[in-house]
Ligand binder design. Structure first.
Ligand SMILES: Cc1ncc(COP(=O)(O)O)c(C=O)c1O
Length: 364
């Protein structure tokens, strides 16, 4: 049985007609950038997340860059984030001229640990950039409390957590702004690159929109220098169709995770804290001999991934920060043992049972 880590073909087949007609509509109306297919999606997604404003942009990475810039973070500032994430999170801090400060993660969720954040705060700390990793919300209330105490800005990196909840509220509505990626493999994925910034604050939203569009509100007058970081409407039209299916898809992911949880033995399974509704962007377990297990599963036709093999503080890109092995032990132990097994809404019960059986055989 050949099983990919994620199966975008299976998903596309279930919505092919809706997608084709949405794309045809963009072409027929030649609204390639902007227009209803874009503003309609921005409104729908902001509403879905429980906030007022959404600004679609070219990727999750540019969403982060724009948000930090729009919130006035820059040279001389420090921003605290997690070493257990994709590098786009910390790159954004550097892109605006601020300093990346890592804080270690919690042993259970592998999200940034509020207690570790407190230890890293200095007079230069300006913002906190937590990531809702793999679809599990951070302990956002504890993070907001720290931010309030020290007068810090909170920006949520929700790139992996479309529809995830903290105490019944969707992530993305807690910080000053939140950034999502719609990279194709995400829970809500475009048919190319796209992202969005959401916020309840009009000033922040307006500034992000301005910066994403060369600093202009109308065609010929530029308030400041900005970027071309706008999304394109074929992507937002696709996303608008897919958003209608997201809740059902997330439920299917949760069903598959529950089945894995009931079947897998001899591995450390992902947890769901009582405050969280996990949407399993990835199903990441910890296991001894991770690389050998990955090889074994591959020989059975089961593809896996590692998120992430090297924590950011040990990446050559961050040599300048002077960290070494042992600097962030929880992140390091996680990265040494993490293995992502197939997780997508269309995964069948038969496939989950087969994967679990093969994992159990190897780890017995
Ligand atoms: C946590 C996190 N932040 C940011 C990004 C960047 O998003 P994009 O690939 O759309 O630029 C990603 C993408 O994988 C991510 O996982």
């Amino acid at each position: 049985m050949a099983i990919p880590l994620i199966d975008l073909v299976a998903q596309h087949k279930t919505i092919e007609n809706e997608i084709n007609s949405a794309i045809k509509n963009v072409i027929d109306t030649v609204s390639f950038v902007g227009g209803e297919p874009m503003t309609g999606f921005e409104d729908d997604f902001a509403k879905f997340c429980g906030v007022k404003y959404g600004i679609s942009v070219s990727s999750g990475s540019t969403a982060l860059d724009l948000t930090l810039l729009a919130l006035g973070i820059g040279a001389g500032d420090e921003v605290i984030t997690t070493p257990c994430t994709f590098i786009a999170t910390s790159e954004a801090i550097t892109h605006v001229g601020a300093k990346v400060v890592f804080a270690d993660v919690e042993p259970g969720t592998y999200n940034i640990d509020p207690k570790e954040i407190e230890k890293k705060i200095t007079p230069k700390t300006k913002a906190l950039l937590p990531v809702h990793l793999f679809g599990h919300s951070c302990n956002i209330e504890a993070i907001l409390d720290i931010a309030k105490k020290h007068n810090l800005i909170v920006i949520e990196d929700a790139a992996q957590a479309h529809g995830a909840e903290y105490k019944g509220k969707r992530v993305g509505q807690f910080g000053a702004a939140a950034c999502f990626s719609f990279y194709p493999g995400k829970n809500l994925g475009a048919y190319g690159h796209a992202g969005i910034v959401i916020s309840d604050n009009k000033k922040t939203a307006d500034r992000v929109r301005l910066l994403a569009n060369h600093g202009r509100e109308d065609k010929y007058e530029h308030q400041e220098e900005g970027f071309n970081y706008r999304a394109d409407s074929i992507q937002t039209a696709v996303l608008r169709v897919k958003l209608k299916h997201l809740e059902k898809w997330n439920e299917n992911r949760r069903r598959n995770a529950a089945l894995y949880n009931s079947l897998l033995k001899n591995v450390v399974k992902p947890i769901e804290e009582s405050y969280a509704k996990h949407v399993y962007h990835l199903y990441v377990m910890k296991v001894k001999n991770r690389d050998k297990l990955a090889e074994y599963l591959k020989s059975k036709g089961i593809l896996t991934g590692v998120h992430y093999p090297i924590p950011l503080h040990l990446q050559p890109a961050y040599n300048r920060l002077g960290h070494k092995k042992g600097s962030f032990p929880i992140s390091e132990e996680f990265c040494d043992n993490a293995l992502s097994i197939p997780m997508f809404p269309e995964l069948t019960e038969e496939q989950v049972r087969f994967i679990a059986e093969e994992v159990n055989k190897f780890t017995a």
